[in-house]
Ligand binder design. Sequence first.
Ligand SMILES: NC(=O)c1ccc[n+]([C@@H]2O[C@H](COP(=O)([O-])OP(=O)(O)OC[C@H]3O[C@@H](n4cnc5c(N)ncnc54)[C@H](OP(=O)(O)O)[C@@H]3O)[C@@H](O)[C@H]2O)c1
Length: 287
Amino acid sequence: MAERPPAREPARGAAHGRLPGGGPDRGVHLPRAARTARLTRAGPVETGVETARTERASRGTPERPTGLSLFMTTIGIIGAGHIGGTLARLAVAAGYEVVVSNSRGPETLVDLVAELGDSARAGTALEAATAGDVAIVTIPLRNYRDVPVEPLAGKVVIDTNNYYPQRDGQIPELDSEITTSAELLQAHLPTSKVVKAFNHITSADLGSHGTPPGTAGRRALAIAGDDAEAKQQVRGFIDTLGYDVDDAGPLAEGWRIQPNTPGYGPRLDTAGLASALAGATRVSTPA
Ligand SMILES: NC(=O)c1ccc[n+]([C@@H]2O[C@H](COP(=O)([O-])OP(=O)(O)OC[C@H]3O[C@@H](n4cnc5c(N)ncnc54)[C@H](OP(=O)(O)O)[C@@H]3O)[C@@H](O)[C@H]2O)c1
């Protein structure tokens, strides 16, 4: 099922194309900064990323901004559709390396990687999870058990997923609201630090609503998670992509920003989003 509001979503066939408005590098003006992060790397994926980084530095292209996101260098993206593709574009524009993946294989992501440039490569989901200092899981929720567990151990994992029974099938734990979609992913990834984010903004808006820090009325995005340090890192990452952040609390509070809540969809600043989160009510999904 299309995300709400569906009329504003690009057609499925446009998933790997440019977004309306020309893509993520419009409207997002981010500072240059010296790289000071200390990195630990190993293996062929990282070697390729390191080469790209060296080449990029020699070209004078933007370095990753300073801030808490210094801990985050390579973003492993599992799912390269509307949201995954948009986040890849934003992350590259902000100075990150990305490894994108999907279910069909890296050979199907040639066009996206060509568009993203030297800061991007395609891999399998396993390779993206392994390469990522931080991972983003952005796939239909019904497939969350496919997400590789071991390579994500101990890592921050950003979860954009929503539950749409029409697309995902009925998930009884969510229908009865004894848990939340992000808690399901957390249970699947027991030693990862799952942070729910980017789930309540359409891919088109995500690609075009970003603004520099301090902009009046800057759009805010909600996060939820159980690990305070992980949430701080994700907060910094989101800021570099052009958005303020409002913390909804632990993962168990993630329902406050699930589909059919007041904060799901509209463009709100931090105060507006906080009000929407506070005003959310939990309504069971009809079976
Ligand atoms: N669309 C939005 O505006 C929006 C907004 C906020 C949140 N979300 C949520 O974010 C998630 C992604 O949404 P989307 O609209 O980006 O979906 P999408 O356009 O349908 O893309 C889904 C991506 O996930 C990949 N994928 C599917 N199963 C996979 C698996 N087992 N392993 C690895 N990759 C897999 C797909 O690869 P293949 O194409 O190769 O199958 C595709 O690249 C969903 O949970 C959605 O509810 C969407």
